[in-house]
Design a protein around this ligand. Sequence first.
Ligand code: NI
Length: 405
Amino acid sequence: MQAEWLFLVKMMIEKIKKIATQNKEHIIEVRRAIHANPELSFEEYETCELVSKFLTDAGIKHEKGIVKTGIVAIIEGNNPSSKTIALRADLDALPIQETTDLSFKSKNEGKMHACGHDVHTSSLLGTALILHELRNEFEGTVKLIFQPGEEIIPGGAKLMIEEGVLQNPAPINIIGQHVYPELEAGKVGFKPGMYMASADELHVKIIGKGGHAALPHKTIDPLLIASHIIISLQQLISRRVSPYSPSVLSFGSIHGGGSTNIIPNEVNLKGTFRAFNEEWREEAHDLMINMAESIAEGMGGKCEFEVRKGYPFLVNDDELTKMSKNAAIEFLGAENVIDLDLRMTAEDFAYYSQVIPACFYRLGTSDFSKAPTGGLHTSNFIVDEKALETGMGLMAYLALVDLKN
Ligand code: NI
């Protein structure tokens, strides 16, 4: 029985790899077309059309126009109502001017696929081709979610969920991938449990009373108040949360606008707060607001503290992620599968992970034999397209293993 099972697994892996190899050139072309025509969050109209046309040509049924530019495709195997799982890709690009000299570089001024969403989308289209071709060889339904607006608040994932993307049919879990330039193409990484942080923007206005810097007693110095607030908030974050719960507070902008001899009327701070615990996240917002307001008031000024809530933290379901990692080892070999650490960056896939069991894994995209290229969100980020074959094949295999279990 065991031998027979292993034989079947091997056969299935070979079939997937064969279809992936057959479609590799086509998917690379699709990826290049998307890369050359990047569109910003919630404006992915042409990308949406391209995805829709691809699915139509392949004979895969889908619905477009969900949250304007989102698409949901359905691939039914035998006994389609037995189980549904979801796979997700994101469509949007970033406001960055591309500086690579690739033949298919961005032709849209100031816009670039610098976070690999072109890879996620084209790779998932490749996965769709594989699953569609193998539809008589599995039981259940695969829902493919192409979502807009990952890069900006409130996040396309949140809006797609509100539009009912996790209903009719309701997937019991969801898998997504993200490019990872720290890892060589052909390799992937997994992390069960907490994986990525929640991220909130902090916009703090400190209002004092400006005047001549030589006469401080006639002013209420908002710079001094801001300094106290920055230091106190750091202490608050380091003392109030358990050291076992990672948390970060960083201010990246302080703006007063006075001069050597001018105390300004107000100072504006911009920062980010990140955490891995929703209860602590809420508590920290209140604590920071209270602390900042009290300090400003105690020093005779005023503080307006706005928290713009971003994505929640991303948790990978233990069981689904371990199963996916084992499947990845079967598909790629143990030498090509690594364990990942926590990351303090954020991702709107987190919204799905708060609703159903989720697995978000990383797809290596670098060619370390060549000169290093830029990282994610940089103008010279370059992907080794070998990653596409890995990504589309592996995701198809993960879907089949998930449906079978
Ligand atoms: Ni991204």
